[in-house]
Structure formats: C-alpha cells, structure tokens
Design a protein around this ligand. Structure first.
Ligand code: NAD
Length: 263
C-alpha cells in the first residue's frame, strides 16, 4: 500500500470556516499540510486560522470569497493559480445548509421559494463546478491530485417526513436535489479529469448540533449505530479518499451515516 506523508501537501478547503470544513482543516494541519481555506464568513475564517496557526505553527492562507459570485470565483482562482505552482488536494465542504435563514429556504413544501432554490444551486453546485473549472490545471501539476466533495445522505435517499413532525426543522427540496447533483457532478468530473485527478464524494448523515430532542430521538431510532454523527466521523473518510491509500478510487460516493441508508 502506498501511503505518503501529507507534510507540505497543498490542501484547499472550501467552507473551511464551517464545522466540518474546520475539523478537516485541523486534521490536515496536524499533518503539517499547507492549507488554503476559502469561505465567506470572515469571523469564523479568522478564528479557525488563528486557532490552527497557534496550535500547529503551519502556513495557512485564507481567502474571503462568496463562491456563489462568479466574479469573486474568477478573482479567487486567478490569485490561487498565481500564488501556488500546484494544488494537491481540494475538499469541498461549502454548503447552503439547514440553518441558513434565507426566506423561502427552511420552509414547508408550499413555502419554498424560487430565489432560495436558485441560491442553493449556486452555492451547493455551481460554486464547486466553476471553481474546479478554473483551478484544475493547477491540480493537474500534482502527482497525487484529488477532489473530495461533501454531499449528504439526502443526495442519495428521500427524506423520512416522520422525523420532522412537531419540529422546526425542514428538509428543503433544493438541498436534497443539489446534493444528488453533487454525487453526479463527482462522477462527471471524475470522468472528465481522469487520469490525472481523482474525484470522489462523501455523503454524511446528520451531525449532532443540539437539535430538538424529539428530532434526535427519532433520528437515532433510524440509525443502526444509535447516534447522530460528530464532525470527526466525517473527517476520516475525507482524509482517506483524498490520500494515496485511495489512489485507485475515483467517481465514488462514500456514505458515512451509521447505517441510516441501508434500511
Ligand atoms: N451538518 C450536517 O448534518 C451535514 C450532513 C450532511 C452533509 N453536510 C454537508 O457538509 C458540508 C459542511 O456542513 P457543516 O455542517 O460544516 O455546515 P457549515 O454551515 O458549518 O459549513 C458550511 C460552510 O460553507 C460556507 N459557505 C456557505 N455559503 C458560502 C458561499 N456562498 N461562499 C463561501 N462560503 C460559503 C459557510 O460560511 C460555512 O462556513 C455542507 O456541504 C453540508 O451540506 C452536513
């Protein structure tokens, strides 16, 4: 088995200020990889950078960018391509998620809006596609190039409405459909970018974030491993798929859900 050290590997993480993105960043920081974190949340981006700098004393570049904005994506990619001779690893953890407060988003079917739908497609799908389109030449310069996209179990199965009953949590159609889009975009990109760049997806189940008790109970009842996920459950599979241990894996979707989707 070919396992390389990940020291000095150049790792770009979108959504790097988020819960899962920053947990992935922290693991790569512990390997002494060189991190490029992209997000539009300045406060959290600065906080993650400071924390990892202090703990691991490594090089971290942060880019503040709304990845749903084409001009900003163009700018970002120009800067990154200029600054880095190559990129080894891209992890896409960006996402318009359930907690976003846009009107017409976390709503029942009847109230889901056209604008929230379009925004979701831009954030969850177009952002990743057009960023990769603009940086793939830099990835091709790496001998270990890979892209790992974070989808969701809802990109694979339809919601069980029972777990949402009597809660303030919804399951917007655009979220699921964009996440299914990520699974297919992963295959499309894997075929378009082979053999130089491997492209895979990881589809997490629900991560525990102090959701309403009634939701958590019903969620756990449906899960073979009898708990919701924690961020670190997602990190390992992402680290694996982006490593040389997975050098013969491309176009795949690894479901990380405690067994939720097998029933
Ligand atoms: N939390 C879960 O239960 C769960 C389950 C399955 C899949 N996922 C997926 O995992 C990924 C990470 O989720 P998370 O739980 O860490 O959520 P999160 O909200 O903490 O992370 C998402 C990050 O994306 C950033 N972002 C959003 N829109 C952006 C934009 N336009 N430009 C730049 N950055 C933007 C946010 O600022 C945030 O830092 C997402 O793709 C999410 O859909 C999460």
């Amino acid at each position: 088995m070919l396992v390389n050290s990940r020291e000095n590997e150049i790792v770009l993480i979108t959504g790097g200020a988020g819960y899962i993105g920053s947990a992935i960043a922290s693991t790569f920081a512990s390997y002494k990889s060189k991190l490029i974190l992209v997000d539009f949340d300045k406060k959290n981006l600065d906080r993650v950078k400071q924390k990892l700098n202090k703990k691991y004393k490594i090089t971290i570049d942060t880019f503040l960018c709304d990845l749903s904005n084409q001009d900003m994506v163009n700018n970002l990619c120009q800067n990154i391509n200029k600054k880095y001779k190559k990129i080894d690893t891209v992890i896409n953890s960006i996402g318009m998620v359930g907690t976003d407060d846009m009107q017409g988003w976390n709503e029942k079917f009847e109230n889901q809006s056209f604008d929230a739908w379009n925004k979701c497609m831009q954030v969850n799908l177009s952002s990743i596609f057009f960023m990769i389109q603009r940086i793939h030449k830099s990835l091709e310069k790496s001998k270990i190039a890979s892209i790992t996209n974070i989808s969701s179990i809802y990109g694979v199965v339809a919601p069980d409405w029972n777990i949402y009953e009597n809660t303030n949590i919804n399951n917007p159609a655009a979220y699921s459909i964009s996440k299914a889009g990520i699974v297919h975009m992963t295959k499309w990109l894997a075929s378009a970018l082979a053999p130089k760049i491997r492209v895979n997806a990881v589809s997490p189940g629900g991560v525990f974030r102090n959701q309403q008790k009634i939701f958590v109970k019903k969620y756990i009842d449906k899960t073979l491993l009898k708990r919701m996920a924690i961020e670190d459950d997602i990190v390992g599979p992402v680290v694996f798929l982006s490593s040389t241990s997975a050098s013969y894996i491309t176009g795949q979707n690894l479901i990380v859900d405690g067994g939720w989707t097998i029933k």
